[in-house]
Design a protein around this ligand. Structure first.
Ligand code: EPZ
Length: 419
């Protein structure tokens, strides 16, 4: 296993190009199952989770190539199943459930099992598919679903769910009749998925709002148009904004969408960072001491839970006490325990964390526990005095393309070593 070694203390200076969004690419890849033929995407990030989804599609009989473009050919999909050994490494595999059921009338998808940040059940996905007429049952750790034909329905999610909204968007595209999704998630990744489904001939209105209407059609076909571009990764972008702030540096982000980061940018400005935005670009620079800020995580467009760990790292060096409330997941403070090893002062109480700012963090050996926790540790290490080694960084490789290369290019002293 690899580890990352960081020698902290250098203010970052320069330009970073943001990669395509992991959480947009995954549902787009799954949506290729809805229409037999060749699908092509551009700006797809080279990440572990993307490779896993590719392997999953190949297991079903699709062909998947990923060089400058991503090409998926679903002409020969004949095994509508997602095996445990692949699903256990990536929960987003559940995204093949809706498309397989809609296109093939059956699906056998391993239950994802728990993960570090919470139980992460998929009951809302399954209840919605049952409302659309599917028979769904559990068998030997697998979700088995079967239907002669999915029917449109009015579905209200009792809790906002991103992949739940995506699964039903895809299933409803080929259902008989109209589906109305209420309390739908509003993430930009959902708008991107709806755009691709509509390019394949679906009839979706309202994506990006909490009410989405999907008029089912008989079949979808891969878009004739040129490769479909994947939107930039707003969480990767946000992570590098914090990197500039925590090191007292100045960074320009390119290939990003500032509108996707409004709540984070607002919070970072209140914390003292100077941030200028223009189409495709964000310029951030440290502008005096980091001010302590309280934050609660919400579904989009609120402050993203996927930025909570990174923001906590910043607050460990703020000029006062910050209260952070994680409202989406029940166990997303694993990074706090590791940050404490670097000298941070953090008290946890259930879903709340009280962070008392300290003058300095000090380098230490720490361990990554989940994707965004590992990003948080890298950020703290960039600011800490001395050397930090971060083990189990396979977590980081799931969601950040060439992080150490991008950070080295703006002056960070960071390298990868064999564990
Ligand atoms: C998506 O996960 C993202 N993953 C997560 O990003 C992100 O943190 C999360 O949305 C919230 O924004 C992808 O898009 C691949 P949810 P998802 O369903 O869809 C509960 C990362 O770092 N819930 O919106 O799995 C659930 O337990 C990852 O890139 C149910 O109870 O999250 C959670 O408390 C981590 N039953 C809340 O809803 C269900 O059936 C929100 O979960 C579904 C969800």
């Amino acid at each position: 296993m690899d580890k990352l070694v960081v020698e902290g203390g250098t203010p970052l200076q320069g330009e970073i190009a943001v990669s395509g969004a992991k959480n947009a690419t995954l549902p787009l890849m799954a949506s290729a199952l809805l229409a037999s033929g060749r699908h092509t995407f551009s700006n797809t990030p080279r990440l572990r989770d993307i490779r896993t989804m590719g392997r999953l599609l190949e297991h079903m009989g699709a062909a998947c190539e990923h060089d400058a473009l991503m090409r998926i050919d679903t002409s020969n999909v004949q095994r509508p199943e997602a095996p445990y050994e692949l699903v256990k490494t990536m929960r987003a595999s559940v995204l093949v459930l809706g498309p397989l059921l809609a296109r093939h009338g059956s699906a056998r998808v391993s239950l994802p099992g728990g993960c570090a940040i919470g139980a992460r059940p998929i009951n809302l996905h399954l209840d919605a598919l049952k409302q659309m007429g599917a028979e769904v049952w559990l068998e030997e750790g697998y979700v088995v679903a079967r239907t002669r034909e999915l029917k449109g329905a009015t579905i209200t999610f009792e809790q906002i769910t991103v992949t739940g909204t995506e699964n039903i968007l895809m299933a409803a595209s080929l259902a008989k009749g109209t589906t109305r999704l209420l309390n739908a998630a509003r993430e930009p990744e959902i708008v991107a998925l709806a755009d691709y489904l509509n390019a394949m001939g679906a009839r979706i209105k309202g994506a990006g709002t909490s009410q989405i209407t999907i008029e089912g059609v008989r079949e979808l076909t891969p878009p004739a148009a040129a490769p479909f571009p994947v939107i930039p990764d707003r969480i990767e972008a946000g992570t590098y904004l914090v990197a500039a702030g925590i090191t007292g540096g100045q960074i320009t982000l390119t290939h990003c969408v500032p509108d996707h980061l409004e709540s984070l940018i607002e919070k970072l400005r209140s914390a003292g960072l100077a941030i200028e935005t223009s189409p495709g670009r964000i310029e951030v620079r440290s502008n005096g001491p980091i001010r302590s800020m309280d934050v609660k995580t919400y579904p989009f467009p609120g402050f993203p839970t996927d930025m909570q760990a990174q923001f906590m790292a910043l607050m460990t060096l703020a000029d006062g006490v910050s209260f952070i409330v994680e409202q989406i997941f029940e166990n997303r403070f694993m990074h706090a325990l590791e940050l404490t090893r670097m000298g941070a002062r953090i008290d946890l109480d259930g879903r709340s964390a009280m962070v008392r700012g300290v003058k300095n963090l000090s380098g230490a050996p720490v361990m990554a526990t989940d994707l965004r926790a590992s990003a948080s540790l890298v950020l703290a290490a960039l600011a800490a005095k001395g050397i930090t080694s971060i083990s189990r960084i396979y977590h980081l490789d799931r969601g950040y393309e060439s992080m150490e290369t991008k950070l080295s290019q703006v002056g960070a002293r960071i390298w990868r070593e064999k564990e």
